[in-house]
Structures are given as structure tokens and as C-alpha cells.
Write a protein that binds this ligand. Structure first.
Ligand code: IVH
Length: 688
């Protein structure tokens, strides 16, 4: 019997190798995984089990060679993220992966294995969060950043320094009296949820495919070939590990490493727990699972590391992972449920979004009955059908997503979903521009587009009109009380009383909120107009550069392009928006209703920090880079990573190098940290 099953098992092993090779390609290189991490881990385990059963001596290749997986000189077996167009860099110490477990017993077995090596004594561990981002290795020679490199195939990675220079917390140098001659510091690049949502919204507006989660978007960003484009997407960074180090004994333990890099003001994780035994490590793992949702970075587990570097060396590593560390993966917030229907929504730009209607399911503390299906291609790629059992997850812990179909439960009678060819609201035939992922309703008068436009205008990120949510907007449009944006300012108390859900007081509150919005900041109005490609940061720039809408609406594409952060696509979109007589009419009408269509600074609130460009260099004692950047931005200034003729101020701490020289050449004002602090304390004195 056993012998008979061998060929079958071998066939399964080959299939697994092939499939995992494809999934590695999708995850690491293309940042577009098709299956969940859990499913991937499950396949990987099956592969490991089968290969140890069929091939105990390890003679069989354990990695299917994909086109880019060249023979690996050090035999490291990790996925490969390298793409064409980047310079290669060989890590001084290989970047390994980690063994995973979802099982408490397996964690204690890991400890048992190690204790066997060290005479069965309790071992010191460090417990840290496992950040779900993109691995990076930063090399510092003589205290200066030499390069930032991706993991690549574990041995050689891509040099991505240029794409990370806009990360304010990226340490350009080590500001300390004592540091190693050479060091590789390992960490993770990630993206905050807010930035992820902002970029996806922009993608949707441009009819481009959206990213499923912040990790994929961060991975896509570090691999952009144009650093200017990468600069438009705010990445963040956190560091937790040591690669090569000269001298090798500079650090004797993981906890010492953490404390030292914190002293160097490197961005570190907030949960680093030193414990004297595995049972206490387990307690910390459980604590971390509760705290991790508060962190700015996405986490999917805990990493437990043997603290002593000496012991780490003694325990060694396999081809894939160190024996002295393990990651305990937390159960992700996901559930299986039934996909009852797929409905089609029309967005404010006419983009058609399919939405999954689910049998309600409890997920991360909320009852979920809707999930995004992104676009027609996504439904086709995952072959999602009405009636399927689907795995639902909160992507980046916020937006519910359909991860995959549970194919075992699919009914024989199910049929592929057929995407509609006409708008479900106004029945206009849908159109799709070649190469774009979203279908669009081309009818600008489509009531759902208008609803979307009004909701967006009133939203928190724009005019922030409280109580003007979707239910109210729906009625206002359906009853034709609002047919254009400016109609909002025509609304009277008596109109609202016609709507369901309004009484005297609530009607007055909404009328007051609409009235108050007339003096909102100018950038919020620009943003609320929903001009294609123009989001909040561009709107802020526009409001800084154009004092009122009369000047703004007459600007040329060249005038727009001269503004930092505005490219030609956005410039042409602005010009075409202001060329439309209908749009000008709406703006004129708003002005007649008393909407303030100009910057308040014109009214006397000018801040001398507005538009001033700062560059930070050297070490700051009282601030982290991030804190200093935030203070500047809060006062209306901007932070740039490099000195140019446009730079207004260079804040130079000890250890400032080439930037100081360049700033002196350009005649940029140079501030010490103390001078900088005194300006922050008295912002009006900046240009005095
Ligand atoms: S230690 C040789 N610590 O997880 C030690 N890795 O699945 C390997 N990761 O490639 C890395 N958080 O990109 C370590 N606190 C942490 C981590 C961490 C996230 C990533 C890292 C690694 C991957 C392995």
C-alpha cells in the first residue's frame, strides 16, 4: 500500500513545488498574491512534510526554479523579489526567512530543541512583533548610510535607496560616539492605513487597479523605477534585526542591539520584551496579540529570538531560516461565509465597483456583510461566483475583502459571474478604456455619480459637513432637491423636513453645518470639487499657490506644473475642469451663496511658514526626524530630503555633511537645532 502511494506523493510534491514557485513569484516579485498567507503556509508545510518523507537525505530540489531564480551560491531558499532595472547588491550576511507556527505546542517544541543544545536550562528570549511589510537591509559604513537593499533571493537584493529617501525616519547616518565600522541593520518598510486608502482612492479615480492591502502597495512602491513617483507615496520604516557587523562582537545580545539602535534614534518597534524563559515568552506573545492593533504598522505575528548572539551562533541555521528564532503567527481576522450576491455600485467618477453581499459574519469585532471585489478582472481572476463559500479578511485590518473561494464547497450548478454591460442605475452602456481595469458609466447625469460627488464634497477629508451622509444625500438627489453641488447651499430648513428621518432640530443642525462650511479652508473646497487626480495634498499645494478661485481657474498647465507635487496629468485635468462652463457656473453660484472661495491667509491669517521648504540633516537631540517634520508641516512648511535652490532653511545638527556644504553654496539659511526650536516656539518670528 505504502509503496503504491509513492508515485502519487511524488506527483503531489512536484505539483506543490510548481505551485509554490508561482505563488512566490506573485508575492515577492509582482506584489500581487493570489492566495492567503495561511493557505501559502499550509502548502509550504505539506511540501516540507512530503519532502522529508520521500527524500530524507534532501537530494530532491526543494525549490522549483522560476525564470529569475538563478542557482544560489549559498543555498538560501527564500522567495525572490528582484526585478529588472535595479542595481544588485550582495548582502554581507544572507537575509534568511523565519520558520512559522500557528500552534502553541510547536512554539514550546522550538524551545525544547534549543534547550537540548544548551543543557536544558531556561533560555533568555526576546519577543518582538512580526511586521507585515517589505524586508529591507540598510548598510552603514563608518556611520554613513551606504545603501538600502531588498531581500532579493536572500543572497543578493535590489538597491532601492533612492525610493526610500523620502522616509523621514530613514537614518542617513549613525549619530553616536561609538558605532561599528560596518553594520547591516534589517527591518521592514510599511505603509500606514491612511496613506494606503489615499492612494487607492487616487487609483480608483484614475481607473487603475487598486492594491489589496498596505503590504502589497509598499512592495510595489519600493520597486518603482522612478524615485519621483515613489516620493508621492509615503512609506514608513521600522528596524529590528542585525545582519553583518564589524567587529562581530559589537553586540552581544538582541536586547542590547535594540537598546543601542534606539539610542541612535533609529526607528524601532515599540514592543521589545526580554524574558528569561519560554513560558514567559508565551505570556508576552499573548500580550502582544492584544496590543498590536494600536501600532502604526501591520503585524501578523510575534518573532521570538534567542537573546544571546553567542547562542544564536551555536544553534546555527537551515538553508531557509535560523534555528534560534521562530515566528508565531496570530490567527488573522478572517472567516468563511457565503457570498449571497454581487451588487454593482457606481462611484462619483462613474467607475463601476462590484461589491460582495455576504451572509453576515463576525470579523475583528464587527459584523461584516459587505466586502470589496475591486473590479471585473479581480472577480474573473479569483473566479468568484454567487453562492460560493468565500474566505473574507480585513485587508490591512480595515476594509473587508474576499481573499479566495473555498472551492471544495462549490456547487456543481454554479456558473461564472457575468459582469453587466449596462449601468445598473441609468442603463447607459458601460465603457472601458483599453488597459484600464474599471468599467465606467459614461453618463455624467447618472444619479449615482451625483450622489457620490455630493458625499465626497461633504466628507470629512473635504468640506466636513456633519450629518450629510449617504442616506440624506440619496433622498436629496432622488427628490431632485439637489441636482448640482451648489444646490446644497440653496437648501432650506423646510426642504429637509420633507425628508425621512428629519425633525426640527436635526434639520436646523444640518442647515447650520452647511452654512458653516461656507468658510471652510480653501483647499477643502478645491478637494471637494472632485477634480480628477487632485487629492488633498495637491489641493493644499494649490491653495498655497493660488489665493482665490478666480486666479486658480485662469492658471495654465505650465503654472500648475511649476508647483511641486503637480505633474502634467494633474495639470491638464485642472485646466480641463476650469474650462467647463458648467463647472464655472457652479463655482460662481457657490460664491454668490457666500462660500469663501479663497485662502484664509489672504484674509490676514498668513503664516510665515506657509510654503517654506526645510531640509533636516545631522543629528537632532530634542526631536526625532519624524517629530521635526511633523512640527514643520503643522506650521505650514514643507520638508524635503535634498537641498536645492528652492530650499529655504537647512536645520543642521552635529555630523551634518554634504547637505551643509550644498546649502552654504546655495545661500540657504542654516539653523541650529536651538534656533529651529525657538522659531517653533514663536512661529511668527521665522521670516522676521
Ligand atoms: S528576524 C534571520 N524579526 O519576516 C532572522 N523578521 O518571515 C530573520 N519580519 O524576512 C528575520 N518582523 O522580513 C525578524 N521582528 C522581526 C520581523 C521579521 C518581520 C519579516 C522579515 C523576514 C520575514 C520572515
Amino acid at each position: 500500500m505504502k509503496e503504491e502511494s509513492f508515485p502519487l506523493k511524488e506527483a503531489r510534491l512536484r505539483l506543490l513545488l510548481k505551485e509554490l514557485g508561482e505563488h512566490d513569484e506573485l508575492y515577492y516579485r509582482l506584489a500581487k498574491p493570489k492566495i492567503s498567507d495561511q493557505k501559502y503556509d499550509q502548502l509550504k508545510r505539506e511540501l516540507e512534510q512530503l519532502s522529508s518523507e520521500l527524500d530524507p537525505l534532501g537530494l530532491f530540489p526543494t525549490k522549483e526554479k522560476s525564470s529569475n531564480n538563478e542557482a544560489d551560491p549559498k543555498g538560501v531558499l527564500v522567495g525572490d523579489d528582484r526585478v529588472d532595472g535595479f542595481k544588485s547588491h550582495t548582502h554581507k550576511e544572507a537575509m534568511l526567512s523565519l520558520d512559522n507556527t500557528y500552534d502553541e505546542n510547536e512554539f514550546f517544541e522550538f524551545d525544547k530543541r534549543l534547550r537540548k543544545v544548551f543543557g536544558n536550562i531556561d533560555l533568555d528570549y526576546v519577543v518582538e512583533p512580526k511586521i507585515d511589510g517589505v524586508a529591507v537591509s540598510l548598510s552603514y559604513r563608518e556611520g554613513e548610510l551606504e545603501c538600502a537593499v531588498t531581500r532579493g533571493n536572500g543572497v543578493t537584493g535590489d538597491v532601492i535607496t533612492q525610493n526610500l529617501l523620502h522616509i523621514p525616519e530613514l537614518p542617513r547616518s549613525i549619530n553616536a560616539l561609538k558605532y561599528p565600522d560596518f553594520i547591516e541593520v534589517r527591518g521592514e518598510i510599511y505603509m500606514e492605513h491612511e496613506e494606503f486608502t489615499r492612494i487607492n482612492q487616487e487609483k480608483e479615480e484614475k481607473n487603475l487597479p487598486t492594491y489589496a492591502n498596505p503590504r502589497n502597495l509598499a512592495a510595489g512602491t519600493v520597486k518603482l523605477l522612478d524615485p519621483k513617483e515613489a516620493k508621492q507615496r509615503q512609506l514608513r520604516m521600522v528596524l529590528y534585526g542585525l545582519g553583518a557587523c564589524e567587529p562581530v562582537d559589537f553586540f552581544t545580545s538582541q536586547i542590547e542591539f535594540h537598546k543601542t539602535i534606539a539610542e541612535w534614534s533609529f526607528p524601532t518597534v515599540e514592543f521589545v520584551s526580554f524574558v528569561p524563559s519560554a513560558s514567559q515568552a508565551w505570556e508576552e506573545i499573548c500580550k502582544l496579540d492584544k496590543l498590536r492593533h494600536e501600532y502604526a504598522y501591520p503585524t501578523d505575528g510575534a518573532v521570538i529570538k534567542l537573546d544571546s548572539r553567542e547562542r544564536q551562533k551555536t544553534s546555527g541555521h537551515t538553508a531557509k531560516a535560523p534555528r534560534w528564532a521562530i515566528s508565531y503567527k496570530f490567527e488573522s481576522e478572517r472567516q468563511t461565509t457565503v457570498l449571497e450576491d454581487i451588487i454593482i455600485q457606481v462611484g462619483r467618477t462613474g467607475a463601476i465597483t462590484p461589491v460582495a453581499c455576504l451572509a453576515p459574519v463576525q470579523l475583528a469585532g464587527t459584523l461584516v456583510s459587505r466586502a470589496s471585489l475591486h473590479n471585473a478582472d479581480e472577480i474573473e481572476r479569483k473566479d468568484i461566483r454567487i453562492g460560493d463559500h468565500v474566505l473574507v479578511e480585513k485587508a490591512g485590518e480595515i476594509i473587508p475583502q474576499v481573499v479566495e473561494v473555498v472551492e471544495e464547497y462549490r456547487s456543481n450548478t454554479s456558473v461564472p459571474f457575468s459582469f453587466p454591460s449596462a449601468c445598473p442605475v441609468c442603463e447607459t452602456s458601460l465603457a472601458r478604456i483599453e488597459g484600464e481595469s474599471a468599467w465606467r458609466c459614461p453618463n455624467y447625469g447618472c444619479p449615482d455619480q451625483l450622489k457620490g460627488k455630493i458625499e465626497y464634497f461633504a466628507s470629512r477629508g473635504c468640506m466636513d459637513i456633519e450629518n450629510l451622509g449617504s442616506a440624506v444625500v440619496e433622498q436629496l438627489v432622488d427628490l431632485k432637491l439637489v441636482t448640482r453641488l451648489d444646490d446644497l447651499y440653496r437648501l432650506e430648513h423646510r426642504h429637509l423636513l420633507e425628508l425621512g428621518g428629519f425633525a426640527e432640530k436635526s434639520a436646523r443642525n444640518l442647515i447650520n453645518a452647511i452654512e458653516n462650511s461656507k468658510t471652510q479652508e480653501f483647499w477643502r473646497i478645491i478637494c471637494g470639487l472632485g477634480i480628477k487626480h487632485v487629492g488633498s495634498s495637491a489641493s493644499k499645494e494649490l491653495a498655497k499657490n493660488f489665493t482665490d478661485w478666480n486666479v486658480l481657474s485662469k492658471a495654465t498647465a505650465e503654472d500648475f506644473i511649476a508647483i511641486e507635487g503637480i505633474g502634467s496629468i494633474m495639470a491638464h485635468s485642472l485646466v480641463s475642469f476650469f474650462q467647463s462652463p458648467e463647472n464655472l457656473l457652479i463655482l460662481e453660484s457657490m460664491e454668490n451663496f457666500g462660500v469663501l472661495l479663497k485662502s484664509k491667509s489672504v484674509e490676514g491669517n498668513f503664516s510665515p511658514w506657509d510654503g517654506q521648504i526645510f531640509v533636516l540633516t545631522g543629528s537632532l537631540k530634542k526631536f526625532s526626524r519624524l517629530e521635526a517634520s511633523k512640527s514643520i508641516e503643522n506650521l505650514g512648511g514643507r520638508v524635503s530630503s535634498s537641498v536645492s535652490k528652492k530650499t529655504n532653511f537647512l536645520v543642521a545638527g552635529p555630523g551634518a555633511g554634504s547637505k551643509l556644504v550644498k546649502a552654504e553654496d546655495f545661500g540657504v539659511s542654516i539653523l541650529t537645532e536651538e534656533e529651529f526650536i525657538s522659531f517653533i516656539e514663536k512661529p511668527d518670528s521665522l521670516l522676521a
